[in-house]
Design a protein around this ligand. Structure first.
Ligand code: AMP
Ligand code: MG
Length: 520
């Protein structure tokens, strides 16, 4: 296997001079060199054909010992120097100090087809940043990250990617529900890939220590490599950089709201400086539409990271990034202006996105109200978000009476749609139907457009859990089945009709299906 290694991060930025793998605070450095743990008996579970191609790996190399060894951490690729990144962060609204890659180890950067990819192992052993953790990951959370990050890419959501999922052959002790019932689980390693894994927290670390020299070095590096269009770093360029990060972050959030993705742990150390969805932990997908839903049991009380709060939290996180970048600019006003624009831009972009979900091309006066009324209707009785929007595309102009029937299969308790609730839906369909009259598209043209925005298949929480249960028994067939289906989430796939269905009742309160903890 020949990779075109093109390291920059660990070549141009400052390393930690201490080469021991002991847990510690690291100062004045962007990363620490570290060697991945050699797994006991690594086995390849799955690899992403697209990412294999993107990295310039040949198909017949995927089953080689070299592939298995390098992407499980058993072997370090020639002339490369793996490392863990130093970063800090705000967790659940509180300053948490130094965090860093506690169980992620960056292997190298690869350049292929004019693209740069940073390649990283998650779950490959401890680093100086592991704090109380073991640096490992269990099969359960690795399957979830592997499947979801690739699925998000195919949904058109900016995200980190995944190259491979490998079982380590080691057992990992986890208290899955944090209830004192720790048990051994199978260990695994995901190889994940992105142009860069730099987070808001990388900048916060240096700002919090008044280490402006390191802050500047890191910011200049980020601009040079990932925002080169901004030009040579200067005070103005730092402001433009913050604006660009804000815009990318907002775009990502709009996508999350569109597909019903709830990240679950939007701490600033989990916010990518490239506006990518990063760190798939206790994430989840809306089944019943609900602004207040979060899959993360650790956040059960305040629901800080609930679906409806994601846009506000992104703004809060951007404010922390602004604070971190401030020493480079020493003027607050430009940052404030950008943050104020976020609010306005969010409203405009959210409205446009919702119009597209409804198949509306023209911008009409009453659209905001139409969308608000729809949200109210969706909350009347448990209504599956994905199924609702997909079925709505079947609506035929003029057939208002059929409206409720068209989307009937999205209701978890269809018998609840009567009296007042029925009336409200009828009024909404009436307004929607009238609104469609101002559009020029035919029903089938509108359907085509709506179906390219509203996915038919998402990785519902129970689907991932079914794949995990099988994988724990050594059967990886469902991982492959879901992986393939989720590559074409907008297509009608008759052979996969069974996955276009509401969450089964057994999954409503089952761990892993509706509730997830940070334990991974
Ligand atoms: P997360 O909640 O997964 O974003 O993790 C927050 C911080 O805890 C990061 O610094 C992680 O690297 C670290 N961390 C999470 N799980 C582990 C683990 N099992 N071992 C070491 N560090 C961990
Ligand atoms: Mg994280």
């Amino acid at each position: 296997m020949n990779l075109n290694i093109a390291d920059t991060f660990n070549k141009v930025l400052s390393p930690d001079r201490n080469l021991e793998n002991t847990r510690r605070k690291v100062f004045g450095a962007m990363f620490s060199f570290v060697t991945p743990k050699v797994p006991t008996s690594p086995k390849l579970i799955h690899a992403s054909p697209e990412m294999i191609k993107n990295l310039g790996i040949k198909n017949n190399e995927v089953d080689s010992d070299a592939f298995l060894n390098i992407f499980s951490g058993a072997e370090v690729y020639k002339n490369t120097h793996p490392y863990a990144m130093a970063y800090a962060g705000h967790q659940f609204g509180n300053w948490a100090g130094q965090l860093g890659d506690g169980r992620a180890i960056n292997l190298f950067e690869v350049q292929h087809n004019q693209k740069r990819w940073a390649v990283q192992l998650k779950g490959a052993g401890e680093t100086p940043y592991s704090r109380q953790g073991d640096g490992l990951a269990v099969l359960r959370s690795s399957v979830r990250e592997y499947l979801c990050s690739e699925a998000m890419h195919h949904l058109g959501v900016p995200t980190t990617r995944a190259l491979s999922l490998i079982s380590s052959g080691d057992n990992v002790l986890r208290d899955m529900l944090y209830n004192g019932n720790a048990a051994y689980e199978k260990g695994a390693i995901v190889c994940r890939v992105a142009p860069s894994f730099i987070r808001f927290g990388n900048f916060e670390l240096f700002a919090s220590r008044n280490d402006t020299e390191s802050l500047k070095k890191l910011t200049d590096y980020t601009i040079k490599h990932f925002y080169p269009e901004l030009g040579t770093p200067s005070k103005d360029v730092y402001i433009h950089f913050f604006k660009a990060v804000t815009d990318k972050t907002l775009k990502m959030i709009i996508h999350w709201q569109r597909v019903g993705f709830v990240h679950g742990v939007m701490n600033t150390d989990n916010m990518s400086i490239l506006g990518l969805t990063i760190d798939y932990g206790p994430y989840g997908w809306l089944e019943g539409f609900d602004f207040g839903w979060t899959p993360n049991t650790t956040d059960r009380e305040h629901k800080r990271y609930r679906y409806g709060n994601q846009p506000n939290i992104a703004l809060w996180n951007l404010l922390q990034l602004a604070n971190a970048l401030y020493p480079l600019v020493e003027e607050a006003k430009p940052f404030e202006t950008i943050l104020n624009y976020y609010q306005k831009d969010f409203e405009t972009q959210f409205l446009d996105m919702m119009r597209s979900k409804l198949g509306l091309d023209i911008k009409a006066e009453g659209d905001k109200q139409l969308i608000k009324d729809l949200e109210d209707c969706l909350l009347l009785s448990e209504t599956d978000m994905t199924i609702f929007y997909r079925l709505l595309s079947n609506h035929e102009k003029g057939s208002v009476d059929e409206g409720i029937k068209t989307v009937q299969a999205a209701f978890y308790n269809p018998e609840e749609i009567r009296d007042d609730k029925k009336k409200k839906w009828e009024v909404w369909f009436n307004t929607y139907d009238k609104r469609l009259n101002s559009e020029s598209l035919t029903d089938s043209e509108r359907q085509l457009k709506m179906n390219a925005i509203n996915p038919k298949y998402v990785l519902r929480n129970y689907m991932a859990q079914l794949a995990i249960d099988k994988a724990n028994e050594g059967d990886y067939s469902l991982i492959d089945e879901l992986f393939k289906m989720l590559k074409k989430p907008y297509n009608n796939q008759p052979e996969n009709q069974k996955w276009f269905a509401k969450r089964p009742e057994w999954a409503r309160h089952k761990a892993g299906c509706s509730m997830l903890s940070c334990s991974s």
